[in-house]
Design a protein around this ligand. Sequence first.
Ligand code: AMP
Ligand code: ZN
Length: 119
Amino acid sequence: MAGEAQPDCLFCKIVTGDVPATIVRETETTVAFRDINPQAPTHVLVIPKAHYPDAASLAAAEPTLAADVLREAGAVAADEKADGTGYRVVFNTGAGAGQTVFHAHAHVLGGRGLEWPPG
Ligand code: AMP
Ligand code: ZN
């Protein structure tokens, strides 16, 4: 069934607590935790608890859940005081764009100047 936990998925294991993470926010439907390899002073990942391989499939199947992820991304930025200076929300989609974990996740990056276009 769509959204079901996948046994080999790292982020599903973070949702269940089988893999530890530094969780900064949690709701009924989402978890936000610090990226293990931060690329900015603020680098937090926001994930839906349900498993979808990427942001587009999440939004197609459960638009309300996709909105939960976006709202939490904004809440993380506010918690980290990154909302005043600006921050970036990134959904890498596909290996060619740098996606390495195929459980939808928003990167929330802030706390430093961010170049455009990204690399
Ligand atoms: P992406 O490359 O867009 O799929 O993003 C996956 C992100 O997950 C990368 O930025 C990794 O540094 C991060 N990551 C991988 N393993 C962990 C972990 N155990 N805890 C927190 N972040 C992780
Ligand atoms: Zn998963």
